[in-house]
Design a protein around this ligand. Sequence first.
Ligand code: RB5
Length: 142
Amino acid sequence: MIAIGSDHGGFALKQEILAHLRSRGLEFKDFGTYTEASCDYPIFAKAVARAVAEGECERGILICGTGIGVSITANKQPGIRCALCGDCFSAKATREHNDANILALGARVVGPGLALLIVDTFLDTPFSNDERHIRRISLIED
Ligand code: RB5
C-alpha cells in the first residue's frame, strides 16, 4: 500500500500520479488534499509520514510546490527517510543506499512526464541490503 499526499501546489500532479498508480494496478491511500484550495502542507506530510512510520503503508509519495516543505516535515517523524528527488538517478540511489521510504516531489520543479518516471524508479528499485548501507542508515537515528 502506498500512502500519497499533497498540498494545493502538488494537487494537479498528485492526480496524474494517482491515475498512473491505478494504471499499474498499485494500491494507494490518498491522504489529501482533495481540492486546489490553498492549504497547509505539514498536515498532509504528517499524515503520510505517520502512515508509513506506523506500518499502515510501505511507501509514501508527497508533493508540494517545491517538495521541500513536505520533505522537511516528513523527516521529523522517527523512522522516516524522505528523499526529495528531481531526477531518476537520485530516486534509484536513494532506494539502493538510503532505503528511502517516502519520495518527495516538487510539482513546480519537475514536469509530469519526469515525475512519473521518478515515481516508477522509486517504487521499482529495491534496497541494496549492503552491510555498509545498513550500518549508515542505523547511524541516522542513533
Ligand atoms: C505553497 O505555495 C508552497 O509554499 C508549498 O507548496 C511548498 O512548496 C512548500 O515547501
